[in-house]
Design a protein around this ligand. Structure first.
Ligand code: MN3
Length: 208
């Protein structure tokens, strides 16, 4: 078995004017595809690993030889992160329900949560991701990871092992064509394309 590029459930121009068509297309067909190709190149030599769902593979990175570990971590992480990212984007959804209550419980207000998320995004040096995560103790937290690391990779890599509810790619390739070096403007636009229904679905699946 090998990993394949997941279809994104909308057109490349569906998130205009916030996320532009050209960036979306290159990001999906070139960047994401490359992470998948590289992941396949490694796991073909590890028959026990290539049957795993990508979210499980990134929790088993230590099963490959040491010389391949970092390459797998970066590329399998890239596949996992982007797969989640595309599904987490949609125009016109609203934060509601139990996820909204949990965010208000742990961040005082939605505005405060967004401010913390934005600060984490602009202070993440270099490339990485910002996440709203659900910790094992049931609390929500905003964290960031470097490169293509994912909170599911555990506490040696992320701040803590945690389950990502919402993720935002802050690599320059996700915003440079439209926003150049203005990462904050990109994060502000991100709020207009967050698929809160998908975030709520992930949250409910995990707390039930
Ligand atoms: Mn990316």
């Amino acid at each position: 078995m090998s990993y394949t590029l997941p279809l994104i459930p909308y057109e490349y121009n569906a998130l205009e004017p916030y996320f532009d068509e050209r960036t979306m297309k290159i990001h999906h067909t070139k960047h994401h595809q490359t992470y998948i190709n590289n992941t396949n190149n490694i796991v073909k030599d590890f028959p026990n690993l290539n049957k795993l769902y990508i979210d499980d593979l990134i929790q088993n990175l230590d099963k490959v030889s040491e010389d391949k570990y970092m390459f797998l971590r970066n590329n399998a992480g890239g596949h996992a992160n982007h797969s989640m990212f595309w599904n987490g984007l949609k125009i016109g959804t609203k934060l509601h329900g139990e996820l909204k209550s949990a965010i208000e419980r742990d961040f005082v207000s939605i505005d405060n949560f967004k401010k913390i998320f934005e600060t984490e995004a602009i202070t993440r040096f270099g490339s990485g991701w910002v996440w709203l995560v659900l910790k094992l103790d049931g609390r929500m937290m905003v964290i960031s990871t470097s490169n293509q690391d994912n909170p599911l990779m555990g506490k040696n890599i992320s701040r803590d092992f945690s389950y990502p509810i919402l993720g935002c790619d802050v690599w320059e390739h996700s915003y440079y064509l439209k926003y150049q070096n203005n990462r904050l403007e990109y994060i502000k636009a991100f709020w207009s394309v967050v698929n809160w229904d998908e975030a709520e679905r992930r949250f409910i699946k995990k707390i039930r």
